[in-house]
Write a protein that binds this ligand. Structure first.
Ligand code: HEC
Length: 168
């Protein structure tokens, strides 16, 4: 019995001490340059999907039409372009220096045109902790969040008027 107890205590303490040493001796990367830790991406993705998946099949309450694309494009230019890129322009210096890297969401990149609109809505509303992706709940209206999400879903087939806004 004593042996089992000692085994359990050692089994818990050794990984804790090893983790503490790893962090306190500088093993944990804190700068934005450099590759992710083993499993970092996998665990971050798993946690995100666990939180998000029950909600992502929500359909948009707004139609995917020109007025909503235009409104979404204005939101995008004001709030998102600094990290996710402007149409026809190179990646910004801010985007280049971030970890994780903000994906470029406008053509020629595929962006999130393959995702469900509810998934993009969830990410814009709630943000993604510890990545730099802000949550906009309380600062953009619910309609603005849907409009920018619809814009990104249709980023590869937008009317000229919306493309014009995204080029500025
Ligand atoms: C300060 C930089 C920054 C701003 C501003 C920002 N984002 Fe992000 N965003 C990020 C980063 C970094 C990620 C990647 C997060 C990750 O790797 O999990 C991201 C991820 C996303 C994703 C998920 C992409 C994918 O491939 O799954 C979407 C969608 C998104 N952002 C939309 C927006 C929208 C819309 C806005 C504006 C309303 C915005 N973001 C503003 C940095 C930013």
């Amino acid at each position: 019995m004593k042996k089992i107890f000692a085994g359990i205590v050692i089994g818990i303490c050794v990984p804790l001490v090893a983790g503490w040493l790893f962090v306190s001796l500088g093993g944990m990367p804190v700068a934005t340059k450099g590759p992710p830790l083993p499993l970092e991406k996998y665990l971050a993705r798993k946690a995100l999907h666990a939180a998000m998946d029950p909600e992502v099949s929500k359909p948009s309450p707004l139609p995917a039409d020109e007025p909503n694309f235009l409104a979404g494009a204005r939101v995008y230019q004001a709030q998102c372009a600094v990290c996710h890129g402007r149409l026809g322009q190179p990646e910004t210096t801010i985007a280049k220096g971030m970890f994780p890297h903000p994906p470029q969401l406008l053509p020629p990149k595929k962006g999130v045109t393959d995702d469900e609109v509810g998934e993009t809505y969830w990410k814009v509303k709630n943000g993604i902790r510890l990545t730099g992706m802000p949550g906009y709940v309380g600062n953009l209206t619910d309609s603005e969040i849907w409009q920018v999400s619809l814009l990104l879903l249709h980023a590869d087939k937008l009317p000229e008027s919306a493309q014009q806004v995204l080029r500025n």
